[in-house]
Design a protein around this ligand. Structure first.
Ligand code: ADP
Ligand code: ADP
Length: 237
């Protein structure tokens, strides 16, 4: 079943200088991501990968084309539906984006507080998530007391708080050393297999795609230049 579908999507940003050309970040992209799959988008800096992620979580609206989640066009949602959509999509980042003034538990609790869950519900869910990512003992620590890998595990727990169906990973291991990268990728595989969450990762690192993804999409200059099974695409001459 298709969960994420882009059909003929173009995203152009206004010209940076007066009289210049608009920047076409994403150029006539169509893609389908099935429920339960781990899909990777690889490409050099500037290829349009982050713009695709921002279109999927409705942070940007396409200039042309349609973005659908579960068969629903998300480009013209009302405020209320937009909030529901955001609860259905978790996101993790290269620099983790944790709140430094909040504890580990406070970071994971944040999306639940925004969603208006009760204190009891929040506490139970936070405990469950910290167990899942192996950080129960760090609930009262602050981000600055954690290693990079631990910070990303907090990021993952926070992204999962509202039980989304989709997890978007934006260069999620690019700030980590190779061993820590493997640990985080292993956790992401558990997120996919044990929780059934569909994962879309963008990266410039071939190894991340090889280790994690079922399928890869290669982007260049805003276009998809290749896509398919990871082994077939990345072993092609
Ligand atoms: P990637 O994630 O593959 O590095 P991006 O999606 O960030 O690529 O960027 C694609 C192109 O769009 C780049 O040329 C970039 O400079 C441009 N771009 C991205 N975001 C904006 C923005 N908010 N305003 C103007 N141009 C942007
Ligand atoms: P902060 O002061 O950073 O906001 P708190 O310690 O107040 O963080 O905790 C925020 C949320 O996390 C609360 O909703 C609380 O229920 C939950 N929480 C706090 N400590 C734990 C813990 N050890 N295990 C599970 N949940 C916790």
């Amino acid at each position: 079943m298709t969960l994420i579908r882009l059909t003929g999507v173009t995203k152009a940003y206004p010209a940076p200088a007066k009289g210049g050309e608009p920047v076409v970040a994403v150029d006539d992209v169509s893609l389908d991501i099935a429920s339960g799959e781990i899909c990777g988008i690889i490409g050099y800096s500037g290829a349009g990968k982050s713009t695709v992620l921002r279109l999927v979580n409705a942070l940007e609206a396409p200039t042309a084309g349609a973005v659908e989640i579960d068969g629903r066009d998300i480009t013209r949602l009302r405020e209320r539906d937009l909030r529901a959509l955001r609860g259905d999509i978790g996101m993790i980042f290269q620099q983790f984006n944790l709140f430094e003034s909040r504890t580990v538990a406070g970071n994971v609790a944040y999306p639940l507080e925004v969603a208006g869950r009760t204190r009891a519900e929040t506490a139970a869910r936070v405990a469950e998530l910290l167990d899942f990512v192996g950080l129960a003992a760090k609930a009262k620590s602050y981000p600055e007391q954690l290693s990079g890998g631990q910070k990303q595990r907090v990021g993952i727990a926070r992204a999962l708080a509202t039980s989304p169906r989709i997890l978007l990973a934006d260069e999620a291991t690019s700030a980590l050393d190779p061993d820590t990268t493997q640990e985080v990728l292993e956790l992401l595989r558990r997120v996919n297999r044990e929780l059934g969450i569909t994962i879309l990762v963008i990266t410039h690192e071939m190894d991340v795609i090889r280790t994690l993804a079922d399928r890869v999409i290669v982007m260049e200059h805003g276009r998809i230049i290749e896509s398919g099974d990871v082994f077939d695409v990345l072993s092609a001459p």
